[in-house]
Design a protein around this ligand. Structure first.
Ligand SMILES: Nc1ncnc2c1ncn2[C@@H]1O[C@H](COP(=O)(O)OP(=O)(O)O)[C@@H](O)[C@H]1O
Ligand SMILES: O=C(CO)[C@H](O)[C@H](O)COP(=O)(O)O
Length: 544
């Protein structure tokens, strides 16, 4: 082959990344320089019931995923034979399937298509509390406390409340592992999913049966973990024989196309971003979508009470991860703004302009100032601790609740804008609190590298930099989370020999948002003090 042919050959190889977030699934087709040639998206349903039940349908998600992959290939106009690999990431939601992959109803509605307990479902709060009281050694590797967002409390809830479903279940999957199984028929689980959400000890490459016995899930251990994962592989590992014929037909790809072991969505955002500057340990990945996830990598394990981890090899291979963030972040902004009297009118205005409500509010805020950092002045008197769905870090407290301070009788759009800015500041102060807490335990970061739907807005980035006092960096990829899953596909497809090499090659710094250094710095410092005081007050009054 001539040099010219070689170049052509490289230019004609593509990879696909699929990201299943809470509210939508996206597929992006990339070349091997990290350029995204096409993207396709579908909204996915959330079914909510009384209490904190939140469910989804794996069938709906699978159909959406196949459709968007087919669309992305068609939009880019590439020959499917030139697609060398496919990677998946998804929220860490629990999929429950019976023999032959039949959907099992996970909740009280008994609707069989509702076979996913979504990550944000807090039905297992009591089970999590009981597990925490037992204090098993494995909890050291989840920040000291298991979260009801993780899978073992959810499995225990199923066993106690829907024993017929628990007994009938053939496989319990994290959503990303479900998608790779559907695509290839391979039951392997990813180190990322089982380490972060199922208490697999990746640093020792084993499950701990005594944990499962102690908490009342001993039968999962008795059959050598056949229902939750016997073969655990690194993200990016090629699975099975690649795409099955049926999946390939649905996706418009060739059977045998390499499929990579996947990742949780936040972690894909992490590998899509933290490689910039060549030093993942200096960078905190911040994935700002429905929730927010802070992902910090260290060479040695760092134990930070209240911050999930340390997890070995769960994101960047061969190093440790601490994961914090907030359960509701974009969702907190949505909830906060929905209470305001001007919300419905503003939402209509936004839709008439083809924007989301938060995007409209950000634009309105920017129109009133000469520099983005100045928007903090619009929020004067308003303070928000946006913990609508508990505190993920650094308190690991699912019972924590939000506080909104400073409300008057205002009904106008301006006050809604002010509330929105105060909400974003609150998200930024939560980030600052996590950065400070981790630094106190030895995990120091120099910058925040941002991704996620909410993180794509320039005003959001500037407010986060000002509130957290860290530079906020963006990478050149338009969709860093999709790039992360495409990186996995590129490794499985043989374009790179490992994830680290692919990260180095494909992520490039784009912009940097520096923390403001004029008198507004002091304004943020005093607002941060107010945030801490209000958060403490919320904790004190929680049970009264
Ligand atoms: N400019 C913005 N300001 C604040 N929040 C935003 C903004 N744009 C989007 N969001 C929020 O981000 C969330 C969607 O992010 P995305 O990453 O697409 O979601 P998913 O969790 O489904 O992956 C929604 O809660 C949305 O309201
Ligand atoms: O717990 C998670 C990561 O560890 C969830 O998957 C995540 O928080 C949900 O992600 P998103 O906000 O992007 O929908």
């Amino acid at each position: 082959m001539s040099g010219h042919d070689n170049l052509n050959h490289a230019a004609q190889r593509y990879v696909i990344g699929v990201d299943v977030g809470t509210g939508s699934a996206r597929a992006g087709l990339f070349d091997l320089n990290g350029n995204m040639l096409s993207v396709s998206k579908r909204d996915i349903s959330l079914f909510r019931d009384a209490g904190s039940v939140v469910e989804q349908s794996s069938t709906e998600i699978w159909i959406a995923v196949c459709d968007i992959v087919r669309e992305a290939v068609a939009l880019a106009g590439v020959d499917p034979a030139h697609v060398i690999g496919l990677g998946f990431d998804a929220t860490c939601s629990l999929v429950v399937l019976g023999e032959g992959g039949r959907s099992l109803a996970v909740g009280p509605s008994d609707a069989p298509h509702r076979d996913i307990v979504v990550w944000m479902d807090h039905r297992a709060v009591k089970q999590a509390e009981r597990i925490n009281e037992m204090g098993h050694e494995v909890l050291r590797y989840v920040g000291g406390r298991i979260s009801p967002e993780m899978q073992t409390p959810k499995l225990l809830w199923l066993k106690e409340n829907r024993p017929h479903i628990f007994d009938a279940a053939w496989q319990f999957f994290d959503l990303a592992d479900f998608l790779t199984w559907k695509s290839t028929g391979d039951l392997a689980r990813s180190t990322c999913t089982v380490t972060c959400k199922w208490t697999y000890l990746a640093h020792e490459q084993r499950w701990d049966p005594s944990y499962f016995e102690q908490i009342g899930l001993g039968n999962l251990a008795e059959d050598a973990f056949a229902r939750i994962g016997q073969r655990i592989v690194e993200p990016g590992t090629p699975l099975g024989q690649g795409l099955l014929q049926e999946a390939a037909d649905l996706m418009g790809l060739l059977p045998g196309t390499a499929v990579a072991a996947g990742m949780i969505d936040a972690h894909a955002g992490g590998i899509g971003t933290v490689g910039v500057g060549g030093k993942p340990t200096s960078n905190m990945a911040y994935v700002f979508g429905t929730s927010s996830c802070t992902m910090t990598s260290t060479e040695e394990p760092v134990f930070v009470p209240g911050v999930w981890g340390p997890y070995y090899s769960a994101m960047v291979p061969g190093i440790w991860l601490n994961e914090g963030g907030q359960s509701a972040a974009g969702a907190a902004i949505d909830q906060l703004t929905s209470f305001h009297p001007a919300a419905a009118e503003a939402a209509q205005l936004a839709s008439s302009q083809g924007k989301s409500l938060p995007a409209l509010l950000a634009d309105h805020a920017l129109q009133q100032v000469s520099h983005p950092s100045d928007v903090v002045a619009l929020a004067t008197g308003y303070h928000v601790v946006p913990e609508f769905l508990g505190n993920r870090a650094p308190f690991a407290d699912p019972h924590a609740r939000a506080i909104i301070a400073g409300l008057g009788m205002e009904r106008d759009l301006e006050s809604l804008v002010a509330l929105y800015v105060a909400g974003l500041c609150g998200i930024g102060y939560g980030l600052r609190q996590i950065i400070d807490t981790q630094a106190g335990s030895g995990a120091v970061v120099e910058r925040v590298v941002i991704s996620g739907g909410a993180g794509s807005n320039p005003l959001v980035r500037q407010i986060l930099a000002d509130a957290s006092r860290k530079p906020v960096t963006t990478i050149s990829a338009q969709e860093p989370v999709l790039l992360g899953s495409a990186i996995l596909g590129s490794v499985a497809g043989g374009a790179f020999s490992n994830v680290r090499d692919a990260m180095d090659a494909l992520s490039r710094v784009a912009d940097e948002y520096l923390p403001v250094e004029n008198e507004l710095e002091e304004r943020h410092n005093s607002r941060y003090e107010a945030f801490l005081r209000l958060q403490e007050t919320a904790r004190v009054i929680q049970s009264s």
